[in-house]
Ligand binder design. Sequence first.
Ligand code: PLP
Length: 412
Amino acid sequence: MSQTDAIHAGHFPESNWGQSTVPVFQTASFSATTAQELSDIFTGQQPGFAYTRSSNPTTAALERRLTELEGGVGCIVTSSGMAAISSLLLGLLSAGDRVVASAGMFAGTLTLLTKTLARFGVATEFVDITDTEQVAGAIDAQTKLVLVETIGNPKMDVPDLAALSQVTRAAGIPLVVDATVTTPALMRARDWGADLVVHSTTKFINGHGTAIGGALIDTGHYDWSTSPFEHIRALAEVQGKLALLAYLRTATYRDLGPAAAPMNSFLIAQGLETLPVRMARHCDNALALARFLDKHSLVDWVNYPGLPESPYYKLAQRQYQGRGGALLTLSLGTRERAFRFIDSLGLALNQTNIGDAKTLVIHPASTIYHDFTPADKRAAGVSEDLVRVSVGLEEPDDIRNDFEQALARMES
Ligand code: PLP
C-alpha cells in the first residue's frame, strides 16, 4: 500500500464542493424526494442513503478507501473491531458449527468464542496457529472457518498465512484474518490468501487514540456460491462475490446495530491518510526498543518478531515487508517487578490501547486477561510477569531513556 493510495484512494462522489477531506454527515436519516425513491433505496434498486444504522456517506467513504487499500471487493465499517468480528461470526455461523482459532488472540475475540458464541451452540477448537499441520488436523466436517491474527496480540506469534490458506481452500472454508496489528501498510492480507480481513481501526489505522472503530473486508477470493453457508449461498446467484456483505448489510449488521458513528468514520479516514509513514516509524522505533531491551540484564526475554532471535523472524520479514510490527512484550520475572516497572515509566502511558502515536504499556494478566483462568492465560501467552508495549512515534532516544530509567528504578 502506497502513501499516495492512503491519501487518495476511495473517491468521494457524494459531494461536489471540492472539499479536501471527507465531510461528516452527522445525521441519523436521509430524506428522499419521493416515496418511490425511498422505496428504491430500501430495496437496492437505486444507490443512496436512508438511515445511518445501515449506511452513511462518511462511513461509505471510509469503506471505499479500505476496500481499495486491501484490494477487496467490498467493506463494512463498524463501531469497533469487536463489532466487525462479532457481526461476521454471527452472520456466518449457526448452532452446531465449529470454528478453528488461534489460541493466542486478543482477549475479546477469545471470550466472544468461548462465552458468547458457545451459548448459541458454536464450538471453537483452539490451536497453535503457527503449526499448520495442527490446524489442518483440527478441521472437521462441522468446521466453518479458521480465524487468525497476523501477529497474535499479545502472544506475538506469526502464522504462515499462505500455508494456512491452502489448508482452508482444501477444506472449502474461509480464512478470516485479523490484520489489526500489521494493517495494510505492512501487508495486504489478500495477497497471502486471506478470504476475509477484519480490523480494529481503533489502533494503527486511526493512529491517535481518538475513536473506536472496526472494519470487515471481503477480499473476493472466496466463492460463496459453493460455500457451506446455505443462507449466503442462496444470495450468491444474484450478488456474486458480494453475497456475504449483502447478507450482513441487509440482515445481521442492520439488525444488530453495530454501525459506526459518522464522526468516528471521519477521524479514522483522516488517520488512514498517514498510515504508511506512521507505520514505518512505529516499526523502526519498536525494533530499536526491542534491541535495547533484549540486551538489558534486568529483562528476562523480549518477544518481538522483528528480532533475528525470534522464531518468527524469517516469516515476519517475508510477510510484513521486512518489518516486525510495533508491539513487543517483555518478561520481568515477577508480577511485582512488572508493576514496579510500569509505575516507574514517565513518557510511556499505562493504557489498554495499542497503535496510538504515544507509547503505551500494560500488564495484560491483571487487566485485559484478568478474568481468564491460569491455563487460559498460559494458552494466550500471558504470563504474570509480562508487560506489553505498543511503541509510539516519539523520538527513539526518548523512549529508550524512559525504559532505561524505569528498569533502573525497578531495582532500587
Ligand atoms: N483485534 C485485535 C487484534 C485487537 O487488538 C483488538 C483490540 O485490542 C480488537 C480486535 C478489538 O478491537 P476494538 O477494541 O476496536 O473493539
